[in-house]
Structure formats: structure tokens, C-alpha cells
Design a protein around this ligand. Structure first.
Ligand code: OSB
Ligand code: MG
Length: 373
């Protein structure tokens, strides 16, 4: 697979509903879309870095900078035997996993299309429908939260995740439990607490949650281990798991019992498969996280979610919760049984609508091997 040309686009899409986490409220989503061309085929990757450096240090602008200045010259004109060779080829660049993943996942799509294979097959998945969950942001009122939960349960989703932060936690969970009973329920704190909050977080144990996601800082595996030792509720790590060695450390120190896999966070599919396999060998279930992706990144996530240790419903939901229209046609939909079918066809298997991509494009850059001569 020779990478002959690279196109970057900075896209902006309006969210159907605002999305609020412990670090703020967003009304739209900006991201870099990567397109690779080679041997008459094209592959796409969605870089999940956000406008703000709140979830991770990377932003859309840092990912643009790293992709165009440092990643592009390492891959343009290069003939890769397999897309699993792309991440190691970027080893000289420290960090910037989201930028790397945007490129690497486009390379997997390109290769799969060249081979005429669906992506899930190359990744080692089974191509079967995946169990969908939803992530519900912080709302203006508990009634609004209850209305959202009701709507998503009616749509069939197999588990509900609600975002929490100090001041929006116990009452939110209590509201959902009292109105909807023993539904599969979890919370995500996006690093909003400190170890000193352990007595407060212990009160969540009474609600029989599936897990609490990332209660403490993204660089604090040690404190997560101390917290997990005090909690009945399982901790799931998201932000903390930025590499395989960090996952090994978290598992060894029992800082969590579950891991959320987001390819963008750890550098792409190769590393996601390794993380998936490590968790399987260590007896930890995994689930697929979400980053408010358009249908393009969402399709990548669906394919990866068919690997066997994705044993819990992920944050992979229908397009209509995020963008109408989506960049793809038909959009990703959830079925009444709460599952999502894996798109058919080679690569990510979805049809991208060029006019919609054009309409959302704020900046575009084309590079080829001659760009760096
Ligand atoms: O922490 O899982 C998170 C969205 C953006 C950044 C971080 C997170 C999220 C979500 C939404 O929870 C998941 C989704 O629906 O895509
Ligand atoms: Mg999270």
C-alpha cells in the first residue's frame, strides 16, 4: 500500500443537542478529516482531537500542525506492507496519538478497500451487530435528564451513561434510578474529582452502577488504585489509558476493572487491538468509547467493536443523536433491540456525501511526496 497523496480538511459540524461534560458545554464539533489516496483507492480517518485541550492536550490545531508538518513526510511515498506498520513508522513523534490515529485509521480503510475487504475482517472482528449505549451530557435540570433517559431507553439503547461532576452526581443518579429502576446505568466524571472526594464517591456504591468512568486525573493511576480499593463500584479508565504501558500499570495496580477503548487516545487501530488483547488476557472487559464522531469515525468504531472482548455496550450510538444530516448516507441507525449493524462493503463500508463534506470544510490542504522535496 503506497500512500501517494494526503488531504487534510478542517470540518465543523453543528451538534443536534449541546453536549456538556465536567469541562464545559459544546454546541458544535470541529475535527480534522484525513484522506489518503493510493493505487486508485481512497481511505478516510477522523481525527478526534477537539477545539479545546480539556479532554486531552491535543486540539484540532495541534493535530493539523503535527499531521501536516511531521506525520505527512513520514508516510507520503512510503509503501507499507500492512497498515499495522504505520503506527511504528511514526515512533519518532512523541505523543499526539489523536493525530497519529487519524492518519493510521485512514490507512486501514485504504488498505481494506484495496483488498476489497470489510474493515472488521482485517481488524480481527466478527462483523456481527454491536450493542449500543448512550452518553447523556449534563443537563439544565433533573427533569430534562429524566426526559433524555426516557427517550434513549425507548430507542432501545442497552445502557445509559450520564456525565457527572461535583454538584451534578448523587441527585442525578438518584433521579434516574428512582424513575427507571434497575436499568444498566453508569457515570462518567471526566476527571472531575480528587482522591479526597473518596467518601463522597463511596455514596455512589448504593446505586449499583455498572462502573464509574475516569473519576480522577488523567495522570493519576496511583490515586485511582487507592480509590478502587475503597469502592465497591468498578472504576473504568478512559483518559488515563494513553498507551499500552499505562494500561499494564493500571491493570497491575488494580486501578480499574474495566477499560474504555478509543483508538484516537492510544494512536489508532494497531494499538487498540493490542490494548483489547491485553485486557482479554488480563480478564478485563472493554467497551468502545465515543468522541462525538461523524458517521465516518463512527463507522471505524463500529468495525472495531466487533472484536470479541468488547463485552459491554459502547458509546457508539445513532447518527441522529449528533448530526443531521450526517456526512454519510444512509446514516448510522440503532435498531429497536439496541444494536447497530456493521456497514457492508469494503473498508469502513459507508458512503460519504462529498457535498456535505465540502459544506462543512473550513480549511483544506493537499500534500504529496513532492511537497517535501
Ligand atoms: O469521556 O467519553 C468521554 C465525548 C467527548 C469527549 C469525551 C467523552 C465523550 C463522551 C461522548 O462521553 C461519547 C459519544 O457519544 O460519542
Ligand atoms: Mg469518558
Amino acid at each position: 500500500m503506497r500512500i501517494e497523496r494526503l488531504e487534510l480538511r478542517l470540518l465543523r459540524l453543528r451538534l443536534v443537542h449541546f453536549f456538556e461534560t465536567s469541562f464545559g458545554r459544546a454546541y458544535d464539533r470541529t475535527f480534522v478529516l484525513v484522506r489518503l489516496d493510493g493505487d486508485g483507492a481512497s481511505g478516510y480517518g477522523e481525527c478526534v482531537a477537539d477545539q479545546t485541550p480539556f479532554y486531552s492536550p491535543e486540539t484540532t490545531e495541534t493535530s493539523w500542525h503535527i499531521l501536516s508538518r511531521f506525520i505527512a513526510p513520514l508516510v507520503l511515498g512510503v509503501d507499507f506492507a500492512h497498515p499495522r506498520d504505520v503506527f511504528p513508522a511514526l515512533h519518532a513523534i512523541r505523543g499526539h496519538n489523536m493525530a497519529k490515529a487519524g492518519l493510521e485509521m485512514a490507512a486501514w480503510d485504504l488498505y481494506a478497500r484495496q483488498q476489497g475487504q470489510p474493515l472488521w475482517k482485517l481488524l480481527g472482528g466478527n462483523g456481527q451487530p454491536i450493542a449500543a449505549g448512550v452518553s447523556i451530557g449534563i443537563q439544565d435540570s433533573l427533569d430534562q435528564l429524566a426526559a433524555k433517559v426516557e427517550k434513549e431507553l425507548a430507542a432501545g439503547y442497552r445502557r445509559i451513561k450520564i456525565k457527572v461532576k461535583p454538584g451534578w452526581d448523587l441527585a442525578a443518579v438518584e433521579t434516574v434510578r428512582s424513575r427507571f429502576g434497575a436499568i444498566p446505568l453508569m457515570v462518567d466524571a471526566n476527571a472531575a474529582y480528587r482522591l479526597e472526594d473518596a467518601p463522597h464517591l463511596k455514596r455512589l456504591d448504593a446505586f449499583d452502577l455498572m462502573m464509574i468512568e475516569q473519576p480522577l486525573d488523567d495522570d493519576d493511576i496511583r490515586d485511582h488504585a487507592k480509590l478502587q480499593a475503597q469502592l465497591k463500584t468498578s472504576i473504568c479508565l478512559d483518559e488515563s489509558i494513553k498507551s499500552l504501558p499505562l494500561a499494564e500499570e493500571a491493570i497491575e495496580t488494580r486501578a480499574c476493572r474495566i477499560i474504555n477503548i478509543k483508538p484516537g487516545r492510544i494512536g489508532g487501530f494497531r494499538e487498540s487491538i493490542r490494548l483489547h488483547d491485553l485486557c482479554a488476557a488480563s480478564g478485563l472487559p472493554v467497551w468502545h468509547g465515543g468522541m462525538l464522531e461523524s458517521g465516518i469515525g463512527r463507522a471505524h468504531n463500529i468495525h472495531l467493536s466487533t472484536l470479541p472482548n468488547f463485552r459491554l455496550p459502547g458509546d457508539v450510538a445513532a447518527s441522529r443523536r449528533y448530526y443531521v444530516p450526517d456526512l454519510i448516507e444512509p446514516p448510522i441507525d440503532v435498531r429497536p433491540d439496541g444494536t447497530i449493524a456493521v456497514p457492508d462493503g469494503p473498508g469502513i463500508g459507508v458512503t460519504i456525501v462529498p457535498e456535505r463534506v465540502d459544506a462543512a470544510t473550513e480549511r483544506r490542504l493537499e500534500l504529496d511526496p513532492a511537497s517535501f522535496r
